[in-house]
Design a binder for this molecule. Structure first.
Ligand SMILES: [Zn+2]
Length: 477
């Protein structure tokens, strides 16, 4: 029916109806930004996969990992207090072999990877009866972009081991899982990744003294802090060797990633803010865990990253802690179900049960998959621009959310993405590309009702982890 054909009365009635319908639909049609549902739909396009990451993930080889573990086990013991100059037995033999293997990896890097022994004297401590020399083997693959090269990512395993007593330097301590598995994964990543060029710097590290009280990683983290190194993320791989737990569960498709919620180095004013508006679930370590879940599961099909929202297991610790305590984002990778008969035990057969950390209990294919989850995440971190810095959220009374941050000066930056999720959700559920700007307002979405983050994106679509905003100081008026 055409309006022109209506009589006057019908025409007025029609116009009233049209106006009324228009009024009803106004809040929904006045721009997609008014409706969170519309915003959710606007983020539909997922990032495309990075071909280099797909390739390096395929190059990680379980046979190399097995070879490393058997070699480390052949040192008899790698107790930090054991022999340092015997070429066959003790931690010194393991140290020298690892140094040589990292050098072989470096030889493939076109001069970009350098290997050093970071040696220091550890003073007497609870598990160190007399001053002892400790050595971390550290391979650094320098970034290739001048603005990104100082940005660092560290991945570690500990090459020391122990049997039942942490100060028994004589007993056999094969440490095939704890932690030859983590050390072998790191060495294999170094071998593969040395041949690739990343924007930022990656450090592959085998540390000593973990069983003596996280001593090697503490020293590294302390030096890093002293020298003000920009370590944006640290992964420790510790007990990633077995897919079969002491509970009988066989789970070769899952790895736990432990991340702390409240920052270990949180200040009292920061705690006050957190208690007021939340954020106990949004520490840098937790953003890192979310990032690993997103990237690792995308590049390693079949692997599930099981985020555990705690710093570590009950009564246990790991090499990520000294980093966390010094303000660096760090997480721990560990197999899903541990077998305590195979950790910190003298090798023995008792009532038909085999105790001891032997290579026969390792699953080399599983370790390779965990290494792939690590490698894909590290590669994405080092390809992508730095996560946005100094992200602030305006706190005035408004139903919009205004975010701002410092400009990222990296040459290949394309822009930024806002991510958000429901306050009870574990992972970011939505994202919106906003271009190369340093502030953005989400209209009609109240900061009170969601958690927001900002991430950087480069021209190839590589994305940084999200930065969680802190409330901007309130403007006085
Ligand atoms: Zn360990």
């Amino acid at each position: 029916m055409r309006i022109g054909k209506m009589n006057g009365c019908a025409r007025i009635l029609w116009l009233v109806l049209v106006l009324f319908a228009g009024l009803l639909s106004f809040p929904l049609n006045s721009g997609a930004q008014k409706s969170p549902r519309k915003l959710a739909q606007s983020s539909g396009v997922g990032p495309k996969r990075n071909a280099e990451i797909m390739r390096l993930v395929r190059e990680i080889d379980a046979r190399n990992i097995e070879r490393t573990i058997r070699k480390l086990v052949s040192c008899g013991t790698r107790n930090t207090l054991s022999e340092q100059s015997d070429p066959k037995r003790g931690i010194g033999a393991a140290r020298d072999w690892l140094f040589g293997e990292f050098q072989k990896a470096a030889a493939q890097s076109g001069g970009r990877m350098t290997v050093e022994e970071q040696t220091f004297e550890q003073a007497k401590a609870a598990r160190v009866p007399q001053p002892t020399m400790l050595t971390n083997v550290v391979a650094t693959l320098r970034g290739t972009q001048p603005e990104s090269e100082k940005r660092m990512y560290v991945v570690s395993g500990h090459y020391d081991s122990m049997c039942t007593s942490p100060t028994d330097a004589k007993c056999d301590a094969p440490g095939a899982n704890d932690d030859a598995s983590g050390t072998a994964a790191v060495l294999e990543m170094a071998r593969v990744m040395a041949r690739y060029k990343f924007d930022a710097t990656i450090v592959f590290m085998a540390v000593a003294g973990e069983e003596q009280g996280l001593l090697g990683s503490t020293y590294y983290a302390e030096q890093a802090r002293k020298n003000n190194l920009d370590i944006e993320a640290m992964f420790t791989n510790d007990i990633i060797g077995s897919s079969l737990g002491g509970n009988g569960m066989h789970d070769p498709h899952r790895v736990r990633v432990f991340s702390e919620g409240v920052r270990s180095n949180e200040t009292e004013p920061e705690a006050t803010t957190r208690r007021s508006v939340g954020g106990e679930n949004d520490s840098p370590a937790r953003q890192l865990a979310r990032f690993i879940k997103e990237v690792g599961e995308r590049y390693v099909p079949g692997m599930n990253v099981w985020m555990i929202y705690r710093r570590d297991r009950y009564g246990r610790g790991g090499d990520h802690q000294p980093f966390l305590e010094r303000g660096y984002a760090a997480v721990r990778f560990t197999e899903p179900n541990e077998n305590y008969n195979h950790q910190h035990q003298n090798v023995r057969l008792e009532k038909g049960i085999q105790y001891g950390d032997l290579p026969e209990f390792d699953d080399f294919n599983y370790i390779a998959d965990v290494a792939r989850v690590n490698a894909s995440s590290l590669a994405m971190l080092a390809f992508a621009p730095a996560a946005p810095k100094n992200v602030l959220l305006t706190t005035g009374l408004a139903n919009d959310t205004e975010l701002k941050w410092d400009a990222n000066r990296e040459a290949d930056l394309a822009g930024y993405e806002i991510v958000w999720r429901d306050t009870t959700a574990a992972v970011w559920s939505n994202s919106r590309w906003i271009g190369n700007v340093t502030s953005y307002t989400l209209k009609g979405m109240s900061k009170d009702n969601y958690f927001f983050g900002v991430r950087s994106v480069d021209k190839e679509g590589n994305r940084s982890p999200a930065s969680y905003p802190r409330p901007a100081p309130r403007a006085r008026n």
